[in-house]
Structure formats: C-alpha cells, structure tokens
Design a protein. Structure first.
Length: 142
C-alpha cells in the first residue's frame, strides 16, 4: 500500500513536470490509486469472511463492504475503520470504478491530483485503524 501511494505521488509529480507526457504518467497514477483501494478492499473482504462470517454480494457489494468495515459488530468486533475514513475511502472506491469503466485518456487530472494529495492523510489514518484492529485480534487470540 505504501509503495502504491509513493508511486501515485511520484507519477503525479512527473505529470506536472512534463506536461507533454502527462497522459502516460496520469495513467500510472490512476492505476496506482486503483490498486491502493483494491488492496484495502482485499483486506476488508478477508475480515468480512473470517471475522464477520459475512461477505456482501450483489451489485453494490463494494459499497456495502466499506460500510460493513465502518460498523461495529456487537459482541464480535469494533469498527475496523472510522466513519471519517469511510468518507475519505469513498472517493477512492468511486475512482476505482472509473478506472475500470472509463478509457484512460478520459482521466481527470484535477481529480487525480486531489486523490493523490489526500493519500497520505487517508492512508495514515486507515493504516492506524487497521493496526488498532490487528491489536484487537491479537488480544482476542490470547
């Protein structure tokens, strides 16, 4: 996840430095942002399957999974991520959909820039929350 965040930031910096080649760098940024969210989503699916024993299905499973991770499951687990993180991650979830369904030459450079700028605070908070959740699981195992 950290490598993906670094790659996205580096790609955005190069796109800004080399406007004539920006499209190539923006493609890399978009893919890194897509992979960033997809990596988090894999962790969320694992938590849903193993801890919650309930993985959402259907056309809106991505959104449902994210909401599930922000909800406390009484007598099972605390919320995995905060509502603040859920709100921030929603931007990456929606962008993931764009990457999968829009041609690369249609990426919005300003939107990419906003997502890259928000990466450090968003990932920092989510990483901290995931670590707290891992600590909860460790205590539970003991």
């Amino acid at each position: 996840m950290e490598r993906l965040a670094t790659r996205a930031k580096r790609g955005m910096a190069l796109a800004r430095q080399r406007p004539g080649e920006a499209d190539f760098y923006l493609d890399s940024v978009a893919l890194s942002l897509h992979d960033f969210y997809t990596g988090l989503e894999r962790a969320f699916r694992q938590i849903a399957a193993v801890v919650d024993e309930s993985v959402p299905a259907g056309p809106n499973w991505h959104e449902e999974l994210a909401r599930q991770m922000a909800a406390e499951c009484p007598q099972v687990r605390p919320a995995v991520v905060s509502s603040k993180s859920l709100e921030a991650l929603d931007e990456y979830l929606r962008f993931r959909h764009v990457v999968r369904n829009v041609y690369a030459f249609e990426f919005d450079a300003e939107r990419l820039g906003r997502l890259v700028e928000a990466l450090d605070p968003t990932f920092g908070q989510v990483r901290s929350e995931l670590q707290a959740f891992a600590d909860f699981l460790e205590r539970l195992a003991q």
